[in-house]
Design a protein. Sequence first.
Length: 134
Amino acid sequence: MNTEINVEFCIYGDELNPDEITRLLELQPSLSYRKDDFIRDNGLMKRLEGCWEINTGYAPSVDINDALSKMKEILDVKTEKILQIKRTNTFDCKMTIVIKIYNNNVPGMYFSPSTLSFIVNDLEAEMDICTYVM
């Protein structure tokens, strides 16, 4: 199996209404939930905040920039709306790179200035990298 990379972009906050974010951004989320929704159907644990998330889906790659470029294409025209949603509602944003490493095939992990600027300056998002050795 080949190393796979997925990039997730999440808007989150206590009062987040995922349906409203979907309407404003005109994008269908990959995942969404409200604060106090149950985690799984077991009824034991509740979500601590609301979340609206879109992701690129896992794809074989040895360069994180392949998936980051795909996410940038999706969000580039939505940047102003995202900032307006974030600032109006005091929500936060996070970009997460999830890497499943197979056969010790570790991908290149570097960020161009334009990619960093897009994530940190344009989207005002946190950045996270999760690696899983399979």
